[in-house]
Design a protein around this ligand. Sequence first.
Ligand code: NAD
Length: 510
Amino acid sequence: MNISATPKSVAAEAAQILERLGVEPSLYTGGTLAAFSPVTGEQTGDLKVVTSEDAAKAIDAADKAFREWRLVPAPKRGELVRLLGEELRAAKADLGRLVSIEAGKIPSEGLGEVQEMIDICDFAVGLSRQLYGLTIATERPGHRMMETWHPLGVIGVISAFNFPVAVWAWNAALALVCGNSVVWKPSEKTPLTALAAHAVLDRAIKRFGDAPANLSQVLIGDRAVGEVLVDHTKVPLVSATGSTRMGRDVGPRLARRFARAILELGGNNGGIVCPSADLDMALRAIAFGAMGTAGQRCTTLRRLFVHESVYDQLVPRLKKAYASVSVGNPLDGSALVGPLIDKLAFDGMQKALAEAKKHGGSVHGGERVDCGTAESFYVKPALVEMPKHEGPVLEETFAPILYVMKYSDFDAVLQDHNAVGAGLSSSIFTLDMREAERFVSADGSDCGIANVNIGTSGAEIGGAFGGEKETGGGRESGSDAWRAYMRRATNTINYSKSLPLAQGVSFDID
Ligand code: NAD
């Protein structure tokens, strides 16, 4: 592959897409934040960065918008999100392509990311007519007790590079139907897709007609801008997606001012292949889970435990798949594995592989693939056979490394599976009902996502998404995740002519 023949094409194509989506060139030229495409390493923009003062002003403006928006009936708020879904459908090809250019995803994954945005819009539209609470039995006669759910305020969204727009949509679609305004700080590594996605929302807002000004905003900048969101008292909830390192800073800061946090942090996801597993199916699921998105999904499969009775059947086939997988320019449509996001990611991968060797690991793959430019970082995905569950296996390295280990005892492998800091996604491949049920039971996988006979990655939006332990404990997307974006009030209404106190307490004054 030789992509050096067209070094200017990526930036030019990005500019064309941005123009079609209605993003003003002044927003991505003449600034100080350089945007790059990992596909060629080419610079795609230099964006204006907001100052901390401007970020604080944006939050004040969003707070004002919230006070108006919360009075709009929820189904009408849903109409705005319905329009967003429509606009996303119309923009899918362009936005998906831009995701590929800026995050290096292969075309079907770039488009899949936009499809996820569309799906959450559909979900949120339905939700806008289902924001209901409970009616609860009361111990007092002539009383009624109920729960009501109210809009919360400005929702801060901080997102990572690897899902540059879907994570915003997961949060924004729910936040908007719940009656909140949104301020988004996207990753500094993927600012163009953020501008593009927001331009799509602007179209929907225009068609909607009377949404308050500044209902949704995007703040371009690095972590310093994110910190303004984290510390601002007018932001009652910050949904922050990124590394566990980021969460260790953001979590306590939010807690200090009693703000809510949805923390969606790192994963170190495990899979177990049992003696009865359908190996053909497992092979495909493992290959996508571990090599897809060049190992840069939070749900990427990183640790694989294979029963000793099937190890010699599965692992050689897996090695073959690793050796033959096509690595290359994701834009030309033939590669399955695109680039790493940057040199930092490449260095991190090489460091982890060197560590693995020190722990007796046998490394297959992992070397840089020559793609014609010094500034892009393509690698062969690495499969590492490890004698023990230790060393670099215990940490997330955000790159395509799959550590493979042999096991013999189911209880012991469950223990190893859970013996890492992160707790995001997990899967088991088995046709044995006892193993499957155990894995999803109280003493099975300790992760937020536990799958049977499918891989660790590629969640649907209908379920609540997130993980335990060092993954942060947050949930977003489907199920009842919407509740985090609303304020719950318990209301007791006395329609009787007396005032009985709860628990039989008497307090009679003359
Ligand atoms: P990162 O932590 O470097 O950055 C994520 C975002 O946080 C960026 O927008 C960054 O500017 C911001 N940020 C960093 N430090 C901050 C601080 N102290 N205060 C406020 N904002 C701060 O992560 P990344 O490299 O972009 O993404 C990869 C990581 O994200 C991986 O660990 C991956 O597992 C994780 N991730 C998790 C999920 C999930 O849902 N659990 C989803 C996607 C990615």
